[in-house]
Design a protein around this ligand. Structure first.
Ligand code: SF4
Length: 290
């Protein structure tokens, strides 16, 4: 199965008329949070994650595929997609022809995808490879984003990868959905201790400003309680009073059907009310993505 995938991916690299869905590691997406075209780098075709969020959109009913990142293939796919953006080919594809000029400019290149990017053993090599393509393609000003659950930010190789990102217009978008261990276990269902996630957020934010990404939702019909929200704001304040910098909180909710029926979306007004409280309690900028 793996060799068949390599073959079809390579065909897609060589033949620009092929659909980009043939790629293994690289995909284009119009992202509201990026305000335009984001090129996603999926380091986890194996769907590996150390969280098991009740709202996760990754389809785990089918097994993952590749466990190793083929750096050469990733670089080639990335170069091919950037070329396709530059020559206007992407904007002409059926999936993107409705978004006009948005598909003609790469807003960011984001480590995201079907699992947790920091779980790959050669994370820093992956970052270096993307940085190299970015430079080569004249996209030095383009952001390089890591979308992470923060559980692996304390690993030595990951820290090295983050330092490479720092010198290539990097941004870290780190997940925090809860204020207490109990709610964290309910929503993120991870075996990683909440303390470790919080400590990683603090240490990472001490090195450079980070963006916190928080998904709020209804669990069995109940939105986050007032006590939980107070605890959540407390965790953010712990980071800032501890010397960490939070550039912004991205607050969003469930956008698509979730694997768990008891996990449901919040109404826009509810999300906005949560955002107001967070702004008031923390003095941090909060952007809402209903
Ligand atoms: S961290 Fe992301 S990939 Fe992992 S389970 Fe949660 S939503 Fe899914």
């Amino acid at each position: 199965m793996a060799s068949g995938e390599i073959k079809s991916s390579w065909a897609a690299v060589l033949d620009h008329t092929r659909n980009f869905s043939d790629f293994t590691f690289v995909y284009p997406v119009i992202s509201r949070r990026s305000q335009g075209l984001s090129i996603g780098i999926n380091l986890n075709p194996d769907k590996a994650c150390n969280f098991d969020c009740i709202y996760c959109e990754v389809d785990r009913s089918t097994p993952g595929t590749r466990t190793e990142v083929d750096l050469k293939q990733m670089r080639d796919e990335l170069r091919a997609l950037i070329q396709r953006v530059k020559d206007g080919g992407l904007a002409r594809e059926p999936k993107f022809d409705q978004v006009g000029d948005l598909a003609r400019e790469v807003k960011d290149i984001a480590f995201s995808g079907d699992g947790e990017p920091t779980m790959v053993k050669n994370f820093s090599e992956c970052v270096e490879s993307v940085a190299e393509v970015k430079r080569h393609e004249g996209l030095s000003e383009t952001k390089m984003v890591l979308i992470t659950d923060a559980a692996g930010l304390d690993k030595t190789d990951v820290k090295h990868g983050l330092s490479i990102m720092d010198s290539h217009n990097g941004e870290i978008w780190a997940k925090l959905d809860a204020g207490t261990e109990r709610y964290y276990k309910t929503v993120n269902r991870s075996s990683v201790k909440f303390e470790r996630v919080l400590s990683n957020l603090l240490e990472t934010a001490r090195e450079r400003p980070i963006i916190i990404q928080s998904l709020f939702l209804k669990v069995h019909g109940e939105a986050m309680s007032e006590q939980e929200l107070t605890a959540f704001c407390g965790r953010l304040n712990d980071i800032t009073t501890g010397g960490g910098r939070i550039q912004e909180v991205h607050l969003y909710t469930v956008a698509r059907p979730t694997p768990e029926e008891f996990a449901a979306k919040l109404e826009n007004e509810e999300l906005e009310a949560f955002a107001q409280t967070i702004r008031k309690e923390t003095d941090i900028k909060v952007a809402v993505f209903p």
